[in-house]
Design a protein around this ligand. Structure first.
Ligand SMILES: Cc1cc2nc3c(=O)[nH]c(=O)nc-3n(C[C@H](O)[C@H](O)[C@H](O)COP(=O)(O)OP(=O)(O)OC[C@H]3O[C@@H](n4cnc5c(N)ncnc54)[C@H](O)[C@@H]3O)c2cc1C
Length: 467
């Protein structure tokens, strides 16, 4: 690590269209803050880039002065990997432009966009590209790790819809990666995280959804006491459903706010949030098994623009809360797992804390495990347990509940996690999460970033020799 006093940040500032914010300047605390309020890192400087030339200048400057580089897209990463102590943060959050091509059905997206930016742009044309379950998450990190969301069953992961990416490489050069240009890099970008360069723009394939962008979705809420029954039904039903219908399952506390009925505020519940993106004339038939199962407290299925569903939880989870995550991938929801969920659901430590199971099946499961760097194909769920609370005084309690829950559940898992849900869990966990794709990623890392310039991420170390 280079002592910050020796690094000529004023020279960098003079060469950028954007600004460079150092610790002595007003705005430094806002510039270093990320979504997870538990993260309190102090970078040497935050460069708020305005264009690709700024990004090129930052990478070249970092290399020339031996400074650690961190890259911030949406700043949403739970482990806070968009910011690093004593590093130069390449902050892309001002790069927010989107361009829809309705003829070729694509959208080109700047590297600092959130999914809210993209949905806003595409839903206006009745289209969407697969993303996640929240509007405030960054396109950069979510895409580079894989991208699991409402459209996964129907159109695959976000990476399965990536057509190309503009990338600033570790040596300070710029390339476009696609199936026909730097195909090895393109393979690695589709799941390999921020290991291979700074992506300044992504181009995605778009799809018509719902009725001109209006889908039918929302939560169905059951008493937490019904969790075992609901989970057993859900695990059998989901794979048999048309791929136009997706639903993630969560154990939650019902938020004390409309539109939830007041008598349910603060009650613990088993929830499934559904999203049907097919033709509306088939909706009644497709949704019939959901409307008729069990004794739900609330069936909150409504027609709404896709971007409204995507943004539905953003107000409940504003930036700055304390978050502690643990995750795994599950090929099945076993009876043993259901037992653990039931137990720990009753112990949800705070109103915001939750457990989610996100399906990775349908179109996503038909892509071979080695076709992209994302290795979890063939069906299953990405699971995440998150302890969340606004009050830092509760950090220890939410962390302990998450760890205990994860330890009890982990034996029922596939043995690794979706990398975008990992905390700082060490190289062995990263290797386990990439499964059979890890060594190929390490070889591509050696080709594009042999000095591990981009290491503030779920790091893949460069292979030591070309094989
Ligand atoms: C509340 C919440 C909800 C989430 N929901 C989902 C979901 O529904 N589906 C899902 O798949 N994931 C989800 N995630 C996980 C999410 O995908 C990761 O946290 C992801 O890292 C966020 O990306 P970001 O750009 O916002 O993060 P950042 O913190 O900015 O960056 C995360 C990592 O990606 C790298 N990176 C970011 N942008 C670029 C870029 N342009 N070029 C190169 N490297 C880059 C960073 O260097 C860093 O290593 C969620 C996370 C949170 C906190």
């Amino acid at each position: 690590m280079t002592a910050t006093v020796t690094v000529p940040y004023p020279d960098l500032a003079a060469s950028l269209r954007g600004e460079v914010i150092t610790p002595d300047e007003p705005g430094y605390d806002a510039a270093r803050a990320v979504y997870n309020g538990m993260i309190d890192r102090r970078p040497a400087a935050v460069a708020r880039c305005r264009d690709v030339a700024d990004v090129l200048a930052c990478v070249r400057f970092g290399r020339a002065h031996g400074v650690d580089l961190a890259v911030r897209g949406g700043g949403h990463n739970a482990a806070g990997l968009g910011v690093w102590d004593d590093a130069l943060v390449i902050d892309l959050s001002l790069l927010r432009s989107t361009t829809v091509d309705p003829v070729h059905r694509t959208v080109r997206v700047d590297g600092g966009c959130t999914w809210g930016d993209v949905d806003h742009a595409t839903v206006a044309f009745g289209m969407a590209t697969p993303s996640g379950f929240l509007a405030s998450t960054g396109v950069g990190g979510l895409t580079l790790g894989g991208g699991v969301g409402y459209l996964t069953r129907r159109f695959g992961l976000t990476v399965d819809n990536l057509l190309g990416a503009d990338v600033v490489l570790a040596d300070g050069t710029f390339v476009t990666a696609s199936e026909s240009s730097h195909p090895d890099l393109f393979w690695a970008l589709r799941g390999g995280g921020g290991n291979f360069g700074v992506v300044t723009s992504f181009t995605f394939r778009c799809h018509d959804i719902g009725d001109a962008g209006t889908i039918i979705g929302g939560p169905v809420l059951y008493d937490l006491a019904d969790t075992a029954e609901v989970m057993r039904w859900y695990r059998e039903l989901l794979p048999s459903l048309p791929e136009e219908l997706n639903g993630w399952l969560g154990l939650i506390t019902i938020p004390p706010a409309p539109p939830f009925p007041e008598q349910l505020w603060g009650r613990k519940a088993c929830a499934i949030v559904w999203c049907y993106t097919g033709p509306h004339e088939r909706a009644d038939e497709v949704l019939e098994p959901i409307r008729t199962f069990g004794s739900p407290w609330v069936v909150g299925l409504h027609a709404m623009p896709f971007d409204v569903l995507q943004g539905a939880f953003d107000a409940l989870y504003p930036a700055g809360l304390q978050w502690y995550w643990r995750a795994d991938v599950f090929h099945e929801i076993s009876d043993a797992a259901i037992d653990v969920h039931r137990r720990f659901g009753e112990l949800l430590p705070t109103g915001h804390s939750t457990m989610h199971l996100y399906p990775i099946d349908g179109a996503a499961s038909r892509v071979p495990a080695d076709a992209t760097a994302f290795p979890y194909r063939g069906g299953g769920w990405a699971g995440v347990i998150v302890g969340v609370d606004p009050d830092p005084a509760n950090a220890a309690a939410i962390t302990q509940w998450t760890r205990d829950y994860w330890s009890a559940l982990h034996p029922t898992s596939a043995g690794g996690a979706y990398v975008n849900f990992l905390m700082d869990e060490g190289p062995e966990r990263v290797r386990a999460s990439y499964r059979g794709n890890h060594d190929r990623l390490a070889r591509i890392k050696r080709r594009y970033d042999p000095d591990n310039t981009f290491h503030v991420n779920q790091n893949i170390r460069p292979a030591t020799e070309e094989t």
